[in-house]
Design a protein around this ligand. Structure first.
Ligand SMILES: NC(=O)c1ccc[n+]([C@@H]2O[C@H](COP(=O)([O-])OP(=O)(O)OC[C@H]3O[C@@H](n4cnc5c(N)ncnc54)[C@H](O)[C@@H]3O)[C@@H](O)[C@H]2O)c1
Length: 436
């Protein structure tokens, strides 16, 4: 496919859609970026980035080939349309396909014959076929594989990861027909080094869900083991580190204050929703979800216990939550366990201050929180600092030096001497290791 004469539309310019749009533009496509967020559209067209890790210079370098717009009529020029809109959960914790449905409804009247449609949003097996093939065939009267091509290609991007990027992560592609698969493989070969064909759109959808379920279950295992190590008087960090020296058959996963982001807490529940629909609920998914969701409360209990040992109640204690984003080196607070820790400490009337160099402010439960800079003065005025996310921009030595007491939930302070430090997955500060 000669990309220079071709136009690709990317629907949804977020963590997934924007890097994809840039990659397509760099590969020579003219790229239309569709979004419903007017501010984002203006910012991007002015050459300013909206996603951490993507510089303004990168946006400016493609502005001759990339235009952001809210006008779906522009899709009529597109040879390929890639859908990258959110797939969250409903309040009942079931798949919420509202965004896909509305993107599909908006693009349908404008599609041109012969278009390739690719869904990249993470979803349960069957969505591409049930929602998109059916809608295009019924509304436009076209036949898949003849009048239009359809694939699912799950995105594996790991925001903040400089090693594994879009271009060097193998890309799974499943087509609705063999002609669709061929069209999808040709399209993605222009932007990634390796494509991985699978036999159907549902296989591609399922592969992505299984990847993230694998992570969720293994993180839950590490979390549950961390709680046991606290009782056994062991360090979970030492024990998993030792186990990880096995050169085969073991992959280290680490405990933490809980899981967050738009993927790990959500995707396994999409898989389990499909499993329940077929009368085969996946018990490991349910257990992992339960264990992982309990971790923020465990962190609060550890914090309360540490303060208690100092003779201080949680009520009125000055506690800094360090790292609000759900993982290192991103500014994304969606589903972050820090928010649950914040809620619980606030309910116990602690005096909480949030610190995150990558998140100047965030909205939570209808309130805007401003984060504060970590300074010696702020740290010295605390009763407790809780490290929830180990961004590389956080000066952990400063924390150890100035905070009177630290609860480290990420082993961020490994190897740093001094300070009064308690760790998740290790026995409580000052206690002899409990045996038995
Ligand atoms: N964030 C990740 O690390 C990641 C990784 C792999 C896969 N995914 C999956 O990719 C999908 C997108 O996730 P994301 O993190 O990029 O989301 P995001 O919230 O960062 O971006 C989604 C964008 O879609 C826009 N949008 C919403 N409805 C729209 C509509 N009808 N038309 C046009 N634009 C619309 C929003 O304004 C937003 O800019 C999800 O299914 C997610 O599970 C995310």
């Amino acid at each position: 496919m000669e990309t220079r004469d071709r136009t690709a539309a990317v629907i949804g310019l977020g963590y997934v859609g924007l890097p994809l749009a840039l990659a397509l533009a760099k590969a020579g496509y003219r790229v239309l970026g569709l979004d419903v967020d007017g501010k984002k559209i203006d910012r991007l067209n002015a050459g300013r980035s909206t996603v951490i890790g993507i510089g303004d210079d990168e946006i400016r370098s493609v502005l001759d080939r990339f235009t952001a717009t809210g006008d779906y009529a522009a899709i009529s020029r597109a040879d390929a349309v890639v859908i990258c809109v959110p797939t969250p959960l409903t309040p009942e914790r079931e798949p919420d396909l509202t965004y896909i449905r509305s993107a599909v409804a908006a693009m349908l009247p404008h599609l041109k014959r012969g278009v390739l449609i690719a869904l990249e949003s993470t979803t349960y097996p069957g969505t591409t076929d049930e929602l998109i093939r059916r809608a295009v065939e019924e509304t436009r009267g076209w036949r898949v594989g003849e009048d239009f091509h359809l694939c699912h290609s799950p995105e594996r991007i790991d925001p903040g990861n400089r090693v594994h990027r879009l271009d060097n992560s193998p890309k799974i592609v499943g087509g609705a027909t063999s002609a669709c698969l061929e069209a999808g493989l040709r399209f993605y070969r222009a932007i990634v080094q390796e494509v991985v064909p699978v036999s159907s759109t549902a296989a591609a959808e399922a592969a992505k869900l299984f990847e993230n379920t694998f992570r969720s279950v293994n993180i839950a295992l590490a979390n549950e083991f961390a709680l046991l190590c606290e009782k056994l008087g062991l360090s979970v960090w030492e024990v998993i580190g030792a186990a990880a020296t096995k050169p085969f058959g073991f992959l280290p996963f680490w405990p933490g204050p809980g899981i967050g982001g738009h993927c790990i807490p959500i995707d396994p529940l999409y898989l389990n929703w499909a499993a329940r629909r077929h009368g085969r609920p996946m018990k490991l998914i349910e257990l992992a979800d339960e264990v992982n969701r309990r971790m923020p409360m465990h962190v609060v209990e550890r914090a309360a216990d540490l303060l208690n040992r100092e003779g201080k109640p949680v009520r009125g204690a000055r506690i800094a939550l360090i790292g609000i984003a759900y993982k290192p080196d991103v500014d994304d607070v969606r589903e972050s366990p820090a928010l649950d820790v914040l809620d619980e400490l606030a309910a116990r009337q602690a005096d909480v201050v949030c610190c995150d160099p990558l998140v100047p402010s965030f909205r939570h439960r209808g309130r805007t929180y401003r984060t504060e800079e970590l300074t010696p003065g702020l740290l010295q005025g605390l009763d407790l600092a809780v490290i929830l996310t180990n961004h590389s921009a956080i000066d952990v030595r400063l924390v150890v030096e100035h905070a009177p007491l630290v609860l480290d939930t990420r082993n961020a302070l490994a190897g740093i001497p001094g300070g009064r430090i308690a760790r998740l997955g290790e026995p409580a500060l000052g206690l002899p290791a409990a045996r038995g």
